[in-house]
Design a protein around this ligand. Structure first.
Ligand code: ZN
Length: 328
C-alpha cells in the first residue's frame, strides 16, 4: 500500500505461536524508497523473502540499497525479520536506547516483563503468567541508539524521535515534521484488536501513557502509520479524522477500564481480585475480547497499579489471594 510518494506499507501476517493472538491481525513493515532504502520494523522472520523482496522487484529496486532498519520498539513481532535482512543487505539497525538494551539483553527484559505485576498477583496467578508459552529470546544487534529529539535522515525526508510511553518503555514515535506523518508502532492501539493481547501496556506506566497521548494531541498530525490493523479502523494508514480518532480511542478505552474498576469496587461490598475484575471488564470492551484464564488482564493490572499510586485504592493480602478495595 502506498502511503506517500516515498512510504510504502507492507502487511506481514502474524505468526501465532501462542494461542492468544488473533490470526487476522497483521504487522506492518514500512519501506521508505529514497536513493537508499530504509525499512521501519521488519515483522516476522521469512517476510523479507515473501513480502519485501517481491515488492522491491515490482518497484525495480535493488535489495542492496537497503541501508537502514529503524525500529519503533523492540517487541518480537517488529524485530524478528532483522536477521535475514542484515544477512542479505548489511543494513544498520537503529532503535531507542532503552530498546537497544532490551534487544541486547532479552533475558533480562523477559524476566522484567514476567515479574512486572507480581505484587498484584497471587502465587497461583504468578505461576500461570510464567507457565504461558513464550518464545525463547535471543540477543540482537544494534548499531545506533536513538535519543529523544534525534533526527534520522532517510534521504527524501527526516524523522524526529519522540518517546511514546505506555505500551513499552522503549517505544519511539517517528515524526516527519514537514508532511506531519507519525509512525506510532504499538503506542497507539485504538480499541486494540480482538483478543486482549493487543490492548496492552507492557510497562506499568499509565501516567506516562497519558502524558504521551496529551503530547500527540497537541502535535500537528495528518497521518498515523500504526504497526497493526487496530480497531476500530482496522487499517494500516490513518489520515486526518482517523488519525485524530486513533489517539482518542486509545485514550477512551483506557478511561473506560479505569472507570469500570472504580465502579466495581464501589458496587461490590466485598474485596475483589484482579482476575475477577478482568472477567467483568474485558468482555465489555468489545465483542470478541477474551482473557486467557486464569490470569488477570495486563491492562487491568496496569490501571490497578496506577490507582494504587494515586491512593484511590488499596491492595489487601488475604490468605492466598491479593484483593483490592477503595481507599476511604
Ligand atoms: Zn506489535
Amino acid at each position: 500500500m502506498k502511503a506517500t510518494e516515498f512510504i510504502y506499507v507492507l502487511k506481514c501476517p502474524i505468526v501465532p505461536v501462542v494461542n492468544n493472538v488473533d490470526p487476522l491481525i497483521y504487522t506492518t513493515v514500512n519501506v521508505i524508497l529514497g536513493d537508499e532504502i530504509t525499512i521501519i520494523d521488519t515483522g516476522f522472520n521469512g517476510f523479507w523473502k515473501t513480502g519485501v523482496l517481491p515488492f522491491l522487484k515490482r518497484m525495480k529496486r535493488d535489495p542492496n540499497d537497503v541501508s537502514l532498519i529503524l525500529h519503533t520498539h523492540s517487541h518480537f513481532d517488529h524485530v524478528d525479520g532483522d536477521d535475514e535482512i542484515l544477512e542479505a543487505t548489511g543494513a544498520k539497525v537503529a532503535i531507542s536506547e532503552v530498546g537497544a538494551d532490551m534487544l541486547e539483553n532479552p533475558e533480562k527484559e523477559q524476566e522484567r516483563l514476567l515479574s512486572l505485576f507480581d505484587h498484584l498477583l497471587s502465587k497461583r496467578e504468578q505461576e500461570a503468567v510464567r507457565s504461558r508459552p513464550r518464545r525463547q529470546p535471543k540477543p540482537r544487534h544494534v548499531d545506533r541508539r536513538l535519543k529523544t529529539g534525534d533526527v534520522v535522515d532517510l534521504g527524501p525526508f527526516s524523522l524526529e524521535c519522540f518517546p511514546l510511553r505506555g505500551h513499552s518503555a522503549c517505544s519511539l514515535g517517528l515524526y516527519d515534521r514537514d508532511e506531519e506523518i507519525m509512525f506510532t508502532g504499538d503506542a497507539l492501539f485504538g480499541r486494540g484488536a480482538i483478543r486482549d493481547t493487543f490492548v496492552i501496556t507492557m510497562a506499568s506506566d499509565i501516567h506516562g501513557f497519558y502524558e504521551s497521548l496529551a503530547m500527540l494531541k497537541d502535535m500537528s498530525i495528518r497521518m498515523i502509520l500504526p504497526a497493526h490493523n487496530y480497531l476500530p479502523y482496522a487499517k494500516a494508514i490513518l489520515r486526518d479524522e482517523e488519525a485524530r480518532g486513533m489517539i482518542e480511542h486509545t485514550l477512551s478505552i483506557n478511561l473506560e477500564i479505569r472507570e469500570m474498576i472504580l465502579r466495581l469496587l464501589r458496587t461490590y461490598r466485598r474485596l475483589l481480585g484482579a482476575a475477577e475484575m478482568s472477567s467483568l471488564i474485558v468482555p465489555r470492551l468489545g465483542p470478541g475480547y477474551i482473557i486467557p484464564p486464569p490470569e488477570p488482564n495486563r491492562v487491568v493490572l496496569a490501571h490497578l497499579d496506577a490507582l494504587i499510586q494515586e491512593n484511590m485504592i488499596e491492595r489487601i493480602e488475604k490468605e492466598d489471594s491479593i484483593l483490592f478495595r477503595l481507599k476511604r
